[in-house]
Design a protein around this ligand. Structure first.
Ligand code: COA
Length: 185
């Protein structure tokens, strides 16, 4: 089962990064990330205005973790202990053996290969610990950094979903990307 994931040790590490569950004490760092208009440019959430928005978001992450509906890691920079991003999986389908992947990084840390390194870690983890077959990502066509990131990771662009969803008051197109277990080979 994909959801066996939640019963594993969720701490993942590389030389510079620690991936771990998000805590209440991350409020200031979460606020810094989610209040940044550049980070939120292609999100269906408006940039956070108050610390309470960050507290509520952390509560959502924690509730989803306990209900096993979304697994979101905090990305901590080991050198400073600062939480610089989040990433994870949601929209699990046990029948079709698939899940969706999401991520965002504090803009002061963009273009250092941090998210590539992070996503490789969580993808290796989910393919190793579960029988998942497919990871999906939905990205706006103008979100060039995210498109490049997925392409570099070996995702295939599978199509354009025209006027797929209402976002920021407009119906927007979305590109859909997929990575299969067989793509690991
Ligand atoms: C998408 C995001 C997570 C990338 O994080 P990152 O750590 O900077 O990514 P990496 O450094 O690992 O890789 C980014 C790649 O995109 C490229 N890139 C970055 N900005 C780019 C741009 N404006 N145009 C084209 N390519 C771009 C980088 O050069 C790099 O490719 P390379 O290694 O071949 O040079 C970050 O930009 C972000 O948080 N964006 C806002 C939130 C978001 O949009 N999340 C995704 C929603 S679908």
């Amino acid at each position: 089962m994909i959801k066996d994931l939640f019963d594993q040790n969720l701490i993942l590490e590389s030389d510079r990064l620690l991936l771990r569950p998000i805590k209440e004490s991350d409020t200031d760092d979460i606020f810094e990330i989610f209040s940044d208009k550049e980070v939120m440019k292609y999100y269906d959430l408006l940039p956070f205005l108050t610390k309470d928005d960050a507290i509520n978001q952390i509560e959502v992450f924690r509730k989803c973790l306990s209900e096993k509906t979304m697994l979101r890691w905090g990305i901590e920079l080991k050198e400073t202990g600062k939480l610089i991003g989040t990433c994870g999986f949601f929209a699990f389908s046990e029948e079709s053996l698939k899940a969706e992947m999401g991520y965002e990084l504090n803009s002061s840390y963009w273009n250092k290969g941090i998210m590539s390194e992070t996503l490789k870690m969580i993808m290796n983890f989910i393919f190793r610990e579960t029988d998942i077959n497919r990871i999906e990502a939905y990205v706006e066509p103008m979100n060039t950094a995210s498109l490049k990131l997925l392409e570099n990771l070996g995702f295939t662009k599978e199509g354009l979903l025209r006027q797929y969803e209402l976002c920021r008051g407009q119906l927007i197109d979305i590109t859909i990307w997929g990575f299969l277990r067989s793509d690991l080979e």
